[in-house]
Design a protein around this ligand. Structure first.
Ligand code: ADP
Ligand code: MG
Length: 409
């Protein structure tokens, strides 16, 4: 798994664009995947999250058109799951070399199958919001973000596309403005009910920092985070599994959170202060709703505790908060799975300071905070535990907070 090296990657994307479309792109943009350190299942409750951008990015080489057509290509298209859209509802014939052709004005939610729905959805969301991107574009995408691993390869594609169009069409949108439109593309056009964290992280993260995001009003604070300066390392462990259970379960948890807020007479669970949690839980009858409320309210508190610890320079102590967060996701929200639990238990047994699943769960990735001297031992212990359990080999890589979406050339 390789991170993105900017100049070479921009060159490569521009060269491929020229092969595909017969002219140079107007520019090349990059948007990263993300890993969420703490604050899971909180964004759709108006709560707090704290992701960092990965060095892995989606790169978009783009040129404006004048005829309203949209041509889309991804270097990784063949590696993606095949679409499940009925033939009669499909739009966008795939031409030679896998280029998908569409009319910008004719885009309809649900009608573009497969990966092309992500960039097409961005064009649709921009147009829906009244932005003049109807002249179309030629787009070539290439990404180093692992897909389906809970590291937001989808948001990376969307944000790279959105930033490119923003620059080329002079839309003047800010990072949060782009993120909200990219989220709308994923929710309403692709049909995935994600919160706003992924797109905000990809659009607004800064190198060397965590992004403390208040999902209620999209207020961002850049929080310096340099594990190496404290003799620590942050590892990402991609379990390589994705349990089908995930899709329905996410919607179910959202519904339980909304039911909890209704029962407590608040607009969202964000409005339940941590100190009021015991009293709030006492007013809830449904055990599943109670467990979701306990997770969200305590998770918001964990984000605030992490902020305080980082502010005090006690990065090591963040480990315990991560592990607590995992227990809450596993036992209360029940969105973990045996593979993620095994990453956490084997990493902790091998001396990690803390570990938790990250992203939507039911597979995907975990984050581990470990001392520099323990990091390799932890990685091998996790690999050994997976082999002993008969699971496929996990992919473990150290990571550092990297740059958010930006223009490469
Ligand atoms: P995640 O965002 O955690 O990686 P998602 O299920 O949200 O997982 O998004 C994965 C989907 O995004 C893929 O199935 C594919 O449709 C699309 N995708 C991501 N990266 C690429 C790429 N490089 N090329 C084409 N499609 C991609
Ligand atoms: Mg995604």
């Amino acid at each position: 798994m390789t991170a993105t090296r900017a100049p070479a990657v921009a060159e490569e994307a521009a060269a491929r664009f020229r092969e595909l479309y017969g002219a140079a792109p107007d520019g090349v943009w990059a948007a990263p995947g993300r890993v969420n350190l703490i604050g899971e299942y909180t964004d759709f409750n108006d709560g707090f999250v704290m992701p960092l951008a990965l060095p892995h990015t989606a790169v978009a080489a783009v040129a404006r058109r004048t005829d309203g057509r949209l041509r889309l290509h991804s270097a990784q298209a063949q590696a993606q799951a095949q679409p499940r859209v009925p033939a009669e509802a499909r739009a966008g014939a795939e031409g030679p070399q896998g280029v998908v052709e569409l009319e910008a004005a004719g885009l309809r939610p649900g009608a573009v199958p497969g990966w092309a729905a992500y960039p097409a959805g961005v064009v649709w969301a921009l147009r829906e919001a009244g932005h003049p991107v109807g002249d179309g574009a030629d787009i070539h995408l290439s990404s180093t973000v692992p897909t389906g691993a809970g590291l937001s390869s989808s948001a990376a594609l969307e944000v790279a596309t959105a930033l490119a169009l923003n620059d080329l069409y002079g839309l003047g949108l800010t990072g949060p403005g782009l993120a909200v439109l990219a989220q709308r593309a994923e929710n309403a056009f692709v049909g995935v009910p994600c919160g706003v964290m992924d797109q905000m992280a990809s659009a607004c993260c800064a190198a060397g920092h965590l992004l403390h995001l208040d999902s209620r009003d999209l207020t961002c604070r850049q929080v310096p985070f340099d594990p190496a300066a404290h003799g620590l390392r942050l590892l990402v462990v991609d379990t390589g599994v994705r349990h089908a259970l995930g899709d329905g379960a996410y919607a179910e948890r959202r519904a339980a959170c909304e039911a909890g807020a209704r029962a407590l007479g608040v607009r969202t669970l964000r409005e339940v202060p941590y100190d009021a949690l015991p009293e709030a839980l006492g007013r809830l009858d449904d055990p599943a709703v109670r467990a979701c409320v306990r997770h969200v309210v305590s998770e918001n508190r964990r984000v605030e505790r992490t902020m305080a610890l980082l502010g005090a320079g006690d990065v090591r102590a963040v480990g315990a908060v991560l592990s607590e967060g995992h227990a809450s996701l596993r036992d209360d929200l029940r969105v973990s799975c045996p593979e993620l639990d095994l990453v956490v238990s084997s990493a902790l047994a091998a001396g990690a300071l803390g570990a938790r699943m990250t992203g939507g769960g039911f597979g995907g990735s975990a984050v581990v905070l470990a001392g520099e001297d323990a990091a390799d031992t932890v990685a091998s212990a996790v690999a050994r535990a997976f082999a002993e359990a008969g699971y496929g080999a996990p992919r473990t890589f150290p990571t550092v907070p990297s740059e958010g979406a930006h223009r490469l050339r």
